[in-house]
Design a protein around this ligand. Structure first.
Ligand code: FUL
Length: 473
């Protein structure tokens, strides 16, 4: 049993939509709504729509800012817990249609969807299941019908969505209203209307990392026990009114989700990759008094490199202000971050190098396949070869301090432990050791000068694979 389930884990692969999503790597959240105007994090649901009145709304400015950081998509809070809808929903009066903005003729969802399309990034929707305004909330079926109607509006009128993002949805607490959500019904509607979209957090496609501080695990496995896909469990832990302390709280959930020890105890396993979500500011919504609390470039780099470079994706929240624009401080920081990423990871020193491996299953999966830009190509030894080595010869001395590695996740996630060595005066010197690789691992180490490097795969499930091997200054 133990061994069988490890083999099964090694051969568990992403769905097409999960694979496409994984390649997006880094994308934005925009928390915008009635809270922007009341200076709150959680609205009560009794706010007047007349409060919603951005004076200089400009979705294209959001998209420009997001793109300058190298982000590939944007998820908008079409409705947060207060129930106020950023689109003129047919099913409630609590929306932009009763606001003074554009005399009630405006549609934020449409403008943001159009701006994303024009800017060439993907668009996604956050629709809070918990609704403090809607009177049918807590009724069971009636609310589920209302919610599905809203989902249908959002999934049919705004083009292709890459993601539907559902948070914990149980903010009422023990004594509040209890809504029995029809999750299965929501999911099947999404599969029908937006088959390419992933369903995140309270959903089967993308897993919450477990905190809002921007941290992920040292060993972030995309293959975990099937029991992890449990809405009730996610719901319990993921939702708390955000103050700085919740945002800082680091992992309240299990540290080890996918090691052999954990998988061996599981009855089944699934591909359920990790997403790190955090805000560029202490709150999720814009608050003027946080203008000076925009995360530092250093902090954002750390979050980016540990998440995107740690087999997770990064969802970074940038809250637009009361004008309906991304504030100057955030615009500036996003540009700095984008420049850093571009400058650091553009010149791959392993281009043109030659690779050799201790074993290759066939010519189609030779060591050099790890060096090509083609994402489908990869190196692989024979099944059952759990330890192996791959050497790269630059043909000249190069100076470097980073490597970016990636497994071929289309065949599964397998590497459990590896080390990187550089050749110095004929001797191999260890420069880095790590655990999992997965879709993408950024390895940072001391500046090293060498003409050859070697990656030793010390432990893996079935056999290691490598589809990406890049070296940077
Ligand atoms: C949480 C919500 O309660 C927060 O307000 C925010 O939307 C965050 C992303 O998810 O569950």
């Amino acid at each position: 049993m133990g061994k069988d389930i490890i083999i099964k884990a090694a051969n568990t692969v992403p769905s097409e939509r999960q694979y496409n999503w994984q390649q997006m790597e880094f994308y934005a959240f925009a928390h915008f709504g009635i809270n922007t105007f009341t200076n709150r994090e959680w609205g009560k649901g009794d706010e007047s729509p007349s409060l919603f009145n951005p004076t200089d709304f400009d979705a294209e400015q959001w998209v420009e800012a997001v793109k300058s950081a190298g982000m590939t998509g944007l998820i908008l809070t079409a409705k947060h817990h207060d129930g106020f809808c950023l689109w003129p929903s047919k099913y409630t009066e609590h929306s932009v249609k009763n606001s003074p903005w554009k005399n009630g003729k405006g549609d934020v969802v449409k403008e943001v969807a159009d701006a994303c399309k024009k800017g060439g990034i993907k668009f996604g929707i956050y629709l809070s299941p918990w609704d403090r305004h809607e009177p049918t909330y807590g009724s069971g079926e009636e609310y589920n019908t209302f919610y599905k109607n809203q989902l249908r509006e959002l999934m049919t009128n705004y083009g292709e969505l890459f993601c539907l993002w559902f948070d914990g949805a149980c903010g009422e607490g023990k004594n509040g209203k209890k809504q029995e959500y029809d999750w299965a019904g929501y999911y099947s509607l999404i599969r029908e209307l937006q088959p390419g979209a992933v369903i995140n957090i309270c959903g089967p496609d993308v897993r919450w990392c477990g905190n809002e501080a921007g941290k992920c695990r040292e060993s972030e496995w995309s293959v975990v026990p099937s029991s992890m896909v449990d809405n009730e469990k996610v719901a319990e832990k993921s939702q708390q009114e955000d103050d700085a302390s919740f945002a800082k709280k680091v992992d309240s959930t299990d540290e080890d989700l996918g090691s052999r020890k954990v998988i061996e105890q599981a009855s089944d396993c699934v591909w359920y990759p990790c997403e790190v979500d955090t805000s560029i500011r202490p709150g999720w919504f814009y608050h003027k008094n946080q203008d000076r609390k925009v995360k530092s470039l250093k902090k954002l780099i750390k979050i980016y490199e540990s998440s995107v470079g740690g087999n997770a994706s990064l969802l970074l929240n940038i809250p637009p202000d009361k004008k309906g624009r991304i504030a100057d401080a955030d615009v500036k920081r996003l540009k700095e971050l984008g420049n850093y990423i571009k400058n650091t990871y553009s010149e791959n020193l392993a281009k043109g190098a030659k690779a050799n491996a201790s074993e290759c299953e066939s010519d189609k999966v030779s060591a050099n396949m790890a060096l090509t830009d083609d994402k489908k190509e990869f190196w692989k030894p024979c099944d059952g070869t759990e330890t192996a080595e791959l050497t790269v010869d630059f043909g000249k001395t190069v100076k470097f301090s980073r490597m970016v590695l990636g497994e071929q996740i289309l065949v599964g996630q397998r590497v459990e432990k590896f080390s990187i060595y550089a050749e110095k005066k004929g001797k191999w010197k260890n420069v880095f050791s790590g655990t999992v690789i997965g879709y993408k691992k950024i390895c940072k180490f001391r500046k090293t000068k060498a003409s050859k490097i070697k990656i030793v795969f010390e432990r893996s499930r079935v056999c290691p694979t490598l589809s990406k091997l890049e070296v940077y200054r």
